[in-house]
Design a protein around this ligand. Structure first.
Ligand code: ZN
Length: 219
């Protein structure tokens, strides 16, 4: 867990330099300041935020948590912190039972499908990037909103999740906000599906940020 948290710190630093960095782990959003729960011991994203602030690299951060489970630990840690905007879009009727208030909580009904999910996401991202002038975003790209996830109850497809990632990247890139990505949860019946969804999070980053120029395409 310490090593994995170190990866989130590294991703945060690299994101500040390169606009995007994806860590193959992290997103321990159920960890509170004083206890861990839900497979999470220490809140890596909270620590990474504190590190960037300590090093005077940022004042404000936005946390975009799209894991199927509410980001309860993150919400509690930053409840009284106006510099960190916490956004959680999750399945309402799922763990955790007690959901401390984020700056923006969007509790989704069971079984929501790609199109409606994308519509809601875009609507809220528009507001978030315009109203909170953060110098970094942390994106928790959970694979568990997948319709065949064992711990989730939403209805997204693998392609729909890839589009979700693209939407997040497109909005942040357009707003000039660097993003550090963590993978968070994923428990598909078929493990290959979870791997594919996580790999797509990287592919979407590559395709959004490293879009080949006309000159590159000629090579
Ligand atoms: Zn989860």
């Amino acid at each position: 867990m310490w090593l994995c948290t170190g990866g989130t710190l590294l991703s945060a630093a690299l994101a500040m330099e390169h606009a995007v960095a994806v860590h193959l782990g992290g997103g321990f959003h159920h960890a509170f300041a004083d206890h861990g729960e839900g497979f999470c011991l220490i809140n890596d994203v909270a620590i990474a935020t504190a590190m960037l602030q300590r090093d005077n690299l940022i004042d404000k951060a936005t946390i975009i948590d799209l894991d199927v489970h509410h980001g309860n630990g993150t919400a509690a840690i930053f409840a009284d912190d106006p510099d960190v905007y916490t956004f959680s879009m999750h399945q309402e009727h799922n763990y955790p039972g007690w959901k401390p208030t984020s700056d923006l909580d969007v509790g989704l009904e069971d079984g929501i499908t790609d199109d409606r999910y994308h519509e809601l996401l875009e609507q809220h991202l528009r507001t978030i990037v315009n109203e909170h002038d953060a110098q970094i975003a942390f994106y928790l790209a959970g694979a568990d909103p997948y319709r065949e996830d064992q711990l989730g109850g939403l209805g997204l497809t693998i392609q729909g999740l890839r589009r979700r990632d693209e939407i997040v990247y497109e909005y942040l890139r357009a707003a000039g906000i660097p993003v550090a990505v963590t993978l968070a949860g994923g428990y598909a019946v078929n493990t290959d599906d979870t791997v594919e969804i996580h790999c797509n999070t990287l592919r979407a980053a590559r395709d959004t940020y490293l879009r080949p120029t006309a000159a590159m395409r000629r090579l």
